[in-house]
Design a protein around this ligand. Structure first.
Ligand code: MTE
Ligand code: MO
Length: 199
């Protein structure tokens, strides 16, 4: 009998419209790191906004924990072509940090323990589109996945979501980060397949 429930058809249609061109859906959570996993003790951790600001501002781990947080579920898209749907996170909106730091800057270079950097226009970190997350699936974020805390910018390819995030260097001029200097696209919109320089 050709019985297909509306729910099943509806969900399939919804899922394929959530997968950007050239991507496939994976149930796993691959680990992609350009170097060794750093282990920074929480009492030595802070999140700093510096650069084109009047005064750099830092939040200790304790202060970060006291900020208003959000639990949310988003899809993530890696440039190596896997997409993971419905990934549950908890963390602090970048708006919460940026709203306290006046700046004329239009760009941010995120920096991490271990030396990784990635550049994102400041507008892409504002408006509820980006977070510093420290929980995945209700548990502290694994070190391999960027714990204690990583940047999450789910509307861009996942290399923009810097693991082991320590802060943002605000810039009036754009400066390419680690992968952007090695030929990845400067912006990285998965829906436009902006994988590499020139895409
Ligand atoms: N600090 C740091 N952040 C990073 C990376 C890295 O090598 N170092 N790799 C990036 C890339 S290319 C991807 S696809 C994702 C992978 O995150 P995951 O290992 O949690 O899947 O992290 C991004 N953030
Ligand atoms: Mo990646």
């Amino acid at each position: 009998m050709m019985a297909v429930t509306r729910g099943f058809v509806g969900r399939r249609a919804a899922d394929s419209s959530r997968v950007p061109p050239g991507q496939y859906v994976t149930k796993g959570f691959p680990v992609l790191s350009a170097g060794p996993t750093p282990y920074t003790p929480l009492d030595a951790w802070d999140f700093t906004i510096r650069g084109a600001v009047e005064h750099p501002v830092s939040w200790s781990w304790t202060e970060f924990q006291e900020l208003p947080r959000q639990k949310f579920t988003v899809d993530i898209h890696c440039v190596t072509k896997w997409t993971k749907l419905d990934v549950p996170w908890s963390g602090v909106s970048l708006d919460t940090f940026l709203d306290t730091v006046p700046t004329q800057a239009a760009y941010a270079l995120a920096f991490s323990d271990g030396g990784y950097t990635t550049n994102v226009p400041l507008a892409d970190l504002r408006g509820g589109k980006a977070w510093v997350v420290d929980e995945y699936d209700g548990r502290p974020l694994d070190p391999e996945h960027g714990g204690p805390a990583r940047l999450l910018v789910p509307h861009l390819y996942f290399w923009k979501s810097a693991k082991w995030i320590r802060g943002l260097d605000l810039r009036t001029a754009d400066q390419p980060g680690f992968w952007e200097m090695f030929g990845y696209h400067n912006y990285g919109d998965p829906w436009k397949e902006q994988r590499y320089y020139g895409d």
